[in-house]
Ligand binder design. Structure first.
Ligand code: NAP
Length: 206
């Protein structure tokens, strides 16, 4: 399965202010590219904090084009996704380690745990079982860090806006618990292009 991590950050790599406000860091042109990326993947995945903070629809919306909607996936250990969340409908898979119960019309599946949260290998297995061959990880920082720590991220699609949010802003990648610089996940730059006022950087795993 091909795993792509999409980041929309400030110049200093923050995805939200300390209070969690993130809409919108990047401009309209970058967000349109974000929708194109969604449309090009079989599944889009976020952590439950992103659902609680942003209540995203997590659909691919392209002007003048109808799109086969990717599967919406939420990592939600304790089933905190509200019944009323915009994505708690058809075409949504919630992966949990709790006893499954209904969350709107979403499918809820229990998977193996790693330190009380859905284990990444089990998440990938569930995505494969759902027929996904590609997944776009859309954050937030904790989920990004889990996939990077598991060493399964093939590509980065990084939209960087010309603003600074400072050290109290939320990091685009939470702790990787690296002991040595040589343990850091490494990528090769594949391209850089301006989109509106933002910069779109693309990286592949080394
Ligand atoms: N700028 C952007 O493009 C962008 C994109 C997305 C989000 N955001 C912002 O980012 C913030 C949320 O990011 P965040 O880092 O706080 O949270 P997050 O990554 O969205 O969600 C983290 C939560 O997911 C759950 N989870 C379940 N399994 C997990 C696993 N294997 N690894 C990691 N987490 C797992 C955990 O809660 P449980 O233990 O309860 O399950 C964890 O607290 C919001 O402010 C949002 O607005 C910005």
């Amino acid at each position: 399965m091909r795993i792509t991590l999409k980041l929309a950050t400030s110049l200093d790599g923050r995805i939200a202010t300390a209070s969690g406000e993130s809409q919108w860091i990047t401009g309209e042109a970058a967000r349109l590219e974000g929708h194109r990326l969604r449309a090009a993947h079989d599944a889009i995945l976020v952590g439950v904090e992103t659902v609680l903070q942003d209540d995203p629809e997590l659909t691919a919306r392209l002007p003048g084009r109808s799109v086969d909607q990717p599967l919406r996936v939420v990592l939600d250990s304790r089933l905190r996704t509200p019944q009323t969340a915009k994505l708690a409908g058809e075409n949504t898979l919630i992966l949990t380690v709790a006893d499954p119960r209904s969350v709107g019309a979403a499918e809820v599946k229990r998977v193996e745990a790693d330190e009380g949260r859905p284990a990444i290998p089990a998440v990938l297995k569930a995505l494969k079982a759902a027929g996904a061959k590609s997944v776009l990880i859309e954050g937030g920082g904790q989920v990004a860090a889990s996939f990077l720590r598991a060493g399964v991220v093939d590509a980065l699609e990084w939209f960087r806006a010309p603003i600074l949010l400072g050290g109290d802003g939320r990091p685009c990648v939470a702790s990787l618990a690296l002991a040595k610089l040589s343990d850091a996940p490494k990528f090769r730059r594949l391209g850089v292009e301006p989109v509106g006022d933002d910069l779109w950087e693309r990286y592949g795993r080394l």
